[in-house]
Design a protein around this ligand. Sequence first.
Ligand SMILES: Cc1ncc(COP(=O)(O)O)c(C=O)c1O
Length: 455
Amino acid sequence: MSKPVTNRREFLGTVGAMGTASVLAGTLGSVTGFAAEPKEKLAIDGGKPVRENGLHYAPYGPQFFDDTEKNELIEVLESKSPFRWRGDESKVLKFEKAYSEHIGVKHALGVTSGTTALYTAVAALEIGPGDEVILPAWTWYADYDAIVLSGALPVFAEIDNSFAIDPKDIEARITPRTKAIIACHLQGTPADMDAIMAIARKHNVKVLEDCAQCCGGRYKGKFVGTIGDIGINSFQLSKTITAGEGGAVVTNDPKLFERAIRFHDVGVIRSPYSEALNGGILAAFAACNFRMNEFTGAVLFGQVQKLGEICKRLRANYRKVRDGIADLPGLKLRKTPDVEGDLGVGVFIDFGTRARRDRYIRAMNAEGVAASGPGGSAVLPADERIEKKSTIHPDWPTFNTPQGKAIKYGAESCPKTINYLDRHAGVIMDPNFDENDLQDIIKAIRKVYTAMGSA
Ligand SMILES: Cc1ncc(COP(=O)(O)O)c(C=O)c1O
């Protein structure tokens, strides 16, 4: 933090002294094409940037690595026993217990990634050929691939301005073949679970919560992942806590848990889960090996102890920035169905059009405060391989049913999704941003937003 802090009060004082009109006129340069005013000139117009050396978030979890993870890892090395099934000493087991207690769910199972957690959850729900699964048009590839690789048919619904599936667009897509809805909590914001659960219960379909981008997020007092029938998480580098890779499946349903255990471990159920589930009630079935190893378990056991702190800091920083810009005229923030439970990953603003949004991003980056459009996911129906319905074998069941042949993907199938994404830009928060960082973010947003005006 080498540069002197300009707090919001001082900044507002400057704006007040100059008069709003001159600030507006003075900062419109290449942002909107009007003449520039030297004092509050935007950096993009050659003015002094808010932040000389640039401000950018870093992956969250590794910032909190310390002796906890190190000592856990050393214990695994010294044990010479990095395979998870090693009784009560298992680091994976310890992580599973700590994580399930933290989020308040009966069962948690560690797996190798968020992707394999999705495959496991889909298998646990007995989703397969002939079934349909509704998912948002904006999410990560793994949600779509898990459905296709089960043989079922992915049916996309539009998102709303929370970037999550729009509950209003789900019901029209439900058919007698719908087996499940995947609710994804994206870029830290919970999906509207009350509305999603009401539709699911009405139509007797299951709900899979994808919490990969919202680990530690809550919805109306409950942790995401504990509201639907089953949930998944990812511990890949860009997630709230991480071991580089890793994933988890969570559920309160013992039968779904048993199916998940069996699917992730060659169809069997081993100690201590065989005792915990009284040997289980199901027979073995064709399955995979998605077992988490002890090194990953060790790091995640350390990381889960920091989850609460990371989330607390993120939320506090997010709240400060939101409060610091709340009075901007006409400000439209990304919707969140639970502002307290929202992880606070990004402060996103709706600019109404793509052109204005892009101008904001360019101007913010010139000010030295990184801003970007919504990230971490893709508009899946517009992706070439999805539009072409490419699979691993020409006779793959997904697209060989009448419904599979008839379904059309492509950008034209999700215009609202594309429109919402195009209009928003945000600054991604970091749990370790300090007061100076937050004031610079607030200053840059206010400066650029004010310069852009409302048109
Ligand atoms: C929403 C969502 N689901 C699933 C995944 C897959 O997780 P992983 O990368 O651990 O396989 C990701 C990864 O970014 C994701 O963002």
